[in-house]
Design a protein. Structure first.
Length: 303
């Protein structure tokens, strides 16, 4: 069987704790099916809406962004591990499910710190966005026709502090949830690490985690069954599979949205290039089983 790194998109989570509990029950069923088939799975989840809500809720008691990410790792991880454990128990599968608070190393000189692009939090009207920019100094941008969102710096992941511990847990047969929200971004200092105010893209962090754990597959699960070119146009074309060279061509053409599909394709390409035989699949959560056998999703491969 295979070692699979699964990157969960926001559709697998909720806007509130109660909604999230309900949604992750369905998520758990799909993931438990993979475990039942004998696969090893490691899970990385997003936290865009959640970390924004945590920061907003703590406005009366300002909390640094790394701590907000750590909080989101804890409460989202709890919901996921509880639901997955319960679903495995229903299948009479005796496995531990563990969430690890994970630090992801970034370069403090990364140009992303001067060019914030990662959307977090909820959606606002243009007028509300202008008010937030004026009153709180946020950088607000329009997000895929859905409204305005705050954007923050999103440096690239270069290492994972807890990688050896996570590998030990996976090798021991545990289902592991790690690097939630892309991990807590930290920079290397003389005697350790220090958190920085940023958000690492969860798809890029997933690709790095998959590479470091020597996974066979990187699954990036999102709201659509396949990625597409000419998205939303009359000539939209859904893709069953694409090569690395084709992916680069489509990225150069601007086929993939910067805040949506582009980081997913970038992570997929980087992972398959890192070692011969690795494959990435972008698919919907509901069809993850079909995607594994080539009946759904978009498969990215290296020639």
């Amino acid at each position: 069987m295979s070692r699979i790194l699964i990157a969960l998109g926001g559709n697998a989570l909720g806007e509130t704790p109660d909604e999230q509990k309900r949604l992750v029950e369905n998520t758990a069923k799909n993931l438990a099916d993979l475990v039942e088939k004998g696969h090893e799975i490691i899970i990385v989840h997003g936290n865009g809406p959640q970390v924004g809500m945590i920061e907003e809720a703590l406005n009366h008691m300002p909390m640094p962004f790394p701590e907000c990410t750590a909080m989101s790792q804890g409460y989202i991880g709890y919901h996921l591990q509880n639901s997955i454990y319960n679903e495995l128990a229903r299948k009479n599968i005796n496995k531990n499910v563990i969430t690890t608070i994970t630090q992801v190393v970034v370069d403090e000189k990364d140009h992303a710190f001067q060019n914030p692009t990662k959307p977090i939090g909820g959606f606002y009207s243009k007028e509300e966005a202008k008010t937030l920019e004026k009153e709180k100094g946020y950088t607000m941008v329009e997000d895929s026709g859905r409204g305005y969102r705050r954007v923050v710096a999103s440096p690239e992941p270069i290492d994972i502090v807890e990688k050896e511990s996570i590998k030990h847990l996976v090798d021991g047969g545990n289902v592991v949830i790690a690097a939630g929200g892309g991990g807590i971004p930290v920079v290397k200092k003389e005697f350790g690490y220090e958190g920085v105010s940023a958000v690492v893209d969860k798809d890029l962090a997933s690709g790095k985690m998959a590479e470091l754990l020597d996974a066979d597959y990187l699954f990036i699960l999102t709201a659509v069954d396949k990625i597409a070119i000419n998205f939303g146009k009359a000539n939209q074309e859904n893709l069953d599979k694409i090569s690395v060279s084709e992916a680069y061509k489509y990225m150069e053409e601007g086929q993939f949205g910067v805040g949506s599909m582009l980081p997913k394709v970038m992570a997929a390409v980087t992972f398959v290039k890192s070692k011969a035989g690795r494959q990435s699949i972008i698919a919907s959560l509901e069809k993850v089983g079909e995607a594994l056998v080539g009946e759904s999703g978009t498969r990215i491969y290296n020639k």
